[in-house]
Design a protein around this ligand. Sequence first.
Ligand SMILES: C[S@@+](CC[C@H](N)C(=O)[O-])C[C@H]1O[C@@H](n2cnc3c(N)ncnc32)[C@H](O)[C@@H]1O
Length: 247
Amino acid sequence: MSDLTALDRIRGLLIPVLPEPISDPGYLDLLGEASPAGSPAQRLMRSGFLPRIYERFWRPALVGAVKGPLGPDTGQEEALVRAMLALGPADLVLDVACGPGNITRALARDIDDGLVVGIDASATMLARAVRDTAPGHIGYVRGDAVNLPFRPASFDAVSCMAALYLFDRPFEALAGMARVLRPGGRIALMTTRRLPLAGPVNDLVGAVSGIRMFGDREVTDALTRLGFSGVRQKVYGLMQFVSGRLA
Ligand SMILES: C[S@@+](CC[C@H](N)C(=O)[O-])C[C@H]1O[C@@H](n2cnc3c(N)ncnc32)[C@H](O)[C@@H]1O
């Protein structure tokens, strides 16, 4: 079960909400019966089945294929994200669209008296996250990544891995991530990129699955516009890793 102390600390970071979030499932539930609108890909994330196979089979196979043969494996990817975020032991970290908490737990290895908060809309993913997370300095929230429920300038670092392409309003979500970061805060993203010279294929993927393929400068330019400096991008196959620091 997620540590109640971590949930209590998270309550202090939330924009006041009514009704009070319930914590019975082991995470703070801000959505109740409501769920953000869902594409086929998002509905899959809410199924009871996917969280059971996600971390061991689904993610390595699918994300691995999209990253291509030269892309980092899961361990290298986690190391890359931790390096991009340059975490300190007392940092407050937000993992947006945390799924079953795989990246959340990887980030928590750098944290001592800080806190890592995972937020996701899927109750089934979060149930798995709570099940697989030892009590300590990690806690989970069920909420909408496009409308983050945290007070401005709450976090030292924000990650959003393998999820921006699922959001119906990804640039609004990025603006929200910038809003909850403190000045000097770091961001690390992993998302899709468009198959070069294959516009119609990219559009078809989007239409059928709800997965958005981002142009090579779309995400980096968005971060620059939001006030990030030192924006960097690494490209592997049809995935891009993007990082930056809020001025
Ligand atoms: C592919 S998983 C990524 C999990 C993890 N971040 C990783 O890197 O493996 C995508 C997650 O995004 C979540 N998600 C999609 N749209 C969301 C939204 N609007 N708000 C919160 N979570 C969302 C899904 O529920 C799912 O758990």
